[in-house]
Design a protein around this ligand. Structure first.
Ligand code: BG6
Length: 368
């Protein structure tokens, strides 16, 4: 059942092109219009929404952070992301014109379930993004977008995360379409770009050797940092989480712009630092991240840089360059996270850990 792989985790990483393709299947027609037939919230209700609150735990919450950037940009509707475990304990402001989006691979996470129950008591509309048909969270929601990752057995989420990202992008573009925002014209081209993601993920997977070599090199590192900015920031958080979950080593993700406000004090000789560089089109942001790389390198860090193919401006400051296919900035997380998943998985297996069932963790946590 592991399909020739030694671990479910590895199998699931390699299944990602298919999982993404399956999640996109049938979601847009030849007319360029998105179709989310499962959304049982009327178009007039979707037009009345004045606030979006995304609630989730762990990896799913990082998909939510990426979604915030995309959804606000495309729809101009204010969007917050909150950890499900915090949500209902702070008297959150939600009501009938709030769309609460609950992201959960398993559909059974108690923190997320309790949060949506609270939201529904306040008459908010709840939409679930979920991978498990008929599970509790979609059953208790007004609407659902199912991801089609197939069963995810490895406790640490991989293909679940990528398909959650895809569902979030589809939701954002769909809301933009329904509400007729200024990005209406771009919906078709972004949907077409999403269709190219499976092939682009395969291209990243084809370079796994380079990442495996890195895992061998850094197997004894006591700590690893991850930096990113804009949608690269949640990627940094997820890269660090994967390493904690699987390899049990200290890892932290930071927003690159925060570096000078504290984290740079952690940088010392030989510290491995992964940096997610925005595509070159985003000039200002790109330039700022490149200068962050220069700063940490000057302090002795080993810089492992994830950047767009052909990005020559960052190459001189990278000890290792991991090239990513060219893609719109907002979609880059789909590609940038893949080498970080492979790194964590390879490093953990080299340490002899069980990557399918890391210590102390459970696939679905059904207690608050
Ligand atoms: C954690 C898992 O307990 O729950 C994580 O270890 C997962 O991998 C998180 O991201 C949320 O789970 P779910 O099923 O709600 O997406």
């Amino acid at each position: 059942e592991k399909g020739g792989y030694d671990w479910f985790m590895r199998k699931e990483i390699y299944e990602q092109p298919k999982a993404v393709a399956d999640t996109l299947l049938g979601r847009h027609g030849a007319d360029g219009q998105l179709k989310l037939d499962e959304i049982r919230i009327s178009e007039s209700e979707l037009r009345a929404i004045d606030k979006i609150v995304i609630i989730a735990c762990g990896t799913a919450s990082y998909a939510g952070l990426v979604a915030k950037y995309a959804i606000e940009h495309w729809t101009r509707v204010p969007c917050e992301v909150e950890l499900a475990s915090e949500f209902r304990y702070r008297d959150p402001i939600v009501g009938p014109t709030t769309l609460v989006v609950a992201i959960s691979q398993s559909g059974e996470t108690a923190d997320t379930l309790m949060a949506i129950r609270h939201a529904r008591e306040q008459k908010a509309k709840v939409l679930a993004i979920c991978n498990t048909n008929g599970s509790t969270i979609p059953r208790e929601s007004d609407a659902v977008i199912y991801t089609h990752a197939g069963p995810e057995i490895g406790v640490a989420s991989t293909k679940g995360f990528l398909t959650q990202l895809v569902a979030c992008y589809l939701l954002g573009l769909y809301l933009a379409q329904v509400r007729g925002t200024r990005f209406g014209d771009e919906i078709g081209s972004l949907a077409a770009e999403l269709d190219k993601m499976p092939a682009a993920i395969s291209a990243v997977l084809a370079d796994a050797d380079q990442v495996q070599a890195l895992a061998a090199e850094f197997v004894d590192a006591p700590s690893v940092l991850f930096l990113g900015r804009h949608v690269g920031y949640p990627v940094a958080l997820e890269g660090a989480l994967k390493l904690k979950e699987l390899a049990y080593i200290h890892a932290e993700g930071f927003a690159a712009g925060e570096l000078k406000h504290g984290p740079i004090a952690l940088v010392e000789d030989q510290l491995p630092v992964f940096v997610v560089v925005p595509p070159q089109g985003r000039d200002l942001l790109h330039e700022k991240v490149v200068s962050n790389i220069m700063e940490i390198r000057a302090r002795g860090a080993r810089t492992i840089v994830l950047a767009e193919q052909g990005d020559t401006s960052v190459a001189p400051y990278a000890d290792v360059m991991i090239s990513l296919p060219k893609v719109s900035t907002l979609l880059q997380p789909i590609l940038a996270i893949v080498p970080l998943q492979i790194f964590a998985c390879e490093l953990a297996t080299r340490k002899g850990h069980d990557v399918d069932q890391p210590r102390n963790l459970a696939k679905s946590v059904t207690v608050e």
